[in-house]
Design a protein around this ligand. Sequence first.
Ligand SMILES: [Fe+2]
Length: 299
Amino acid sequence: MSAYVLAHLSDPHLAPLPQPSAREIIGKRVLGYLNWTRNRHTFHLREALDGLIADVKAQKPDHIAITGDFVNISLDAEFKQAIAWLRTVGTPDQVSVIPGNHDAYVAAMRDRFASDFADYLRSDGSSSGSAATFPYVQRRGPLAIIGLSTAVPTAPFMATGKLGTQQLDALEKILAGLSPDDAFRVLLIHHPLDTDRKRRHKRLKDAEALAALLRRRGVDLVLHGHDHRHATVWLDGINGKFPVVGVPSASAADDGKHDSAAYNLFEISREADHWRCDMRVRTSVKNGGWKDVRKTRLI
Ligand SMILES: [Fe+2]
């Protein structure tokens, strides 16, 4: 049987940033707007993102996961742009998404992602009119994809995330009912599970509770964004360690200082009584085009 291929990209931070109205540009958004116009617009490039998506499509993955930060300062016009863009990437059958902290940048937009992206957030079997709730579970091929939301509005200069007890309790129940024989269990989360001291203002506040839960219940693969860099961390699970893998921003310029736009392909197959998962890292090359820069057997 050939492997099932899951593509993972994150943090598209869609450009260009629409012009905010005078009413929108208050509070935390002032800082975000200045940050975008002074720095970030040179780093998050629409052409880099378009090139990445073209390569993802050329690779013909079976499914695509996008782990948040579709927008920048949660403007109304940004959300309209983001959902239109997502529809060009794929249908809800083909793409699973979760929000990032920039998708809930200010309190007034806290629930906007869940309503605009609802079609992509539905658990299997839930009716099309129902509101999106986290965690969701979507079965795709051999995968059980579990989507979490860590996106909460925060004070200026903060980019922390939080799951909260309701999501953690629901996740515990979901994982208790999913054995590795049922499915290859993939968890989507925007924030990473470990953050060094220097980046405490960007951490997931209940990371320890989540890690303990995963140690109790087991999971096969965790995918995240947020840090805009390549990362593979191994955490303790039920039967040995499981990988937690982060990717750079999908629109990142190749500026020589940060990780440039990249995405990962996970090739998942069943071997005898266990799962096998190989990871291919794809990134753009200087004279155009994309290539595999690394292939690793994870599991
Ligand atoms: Fe981001």
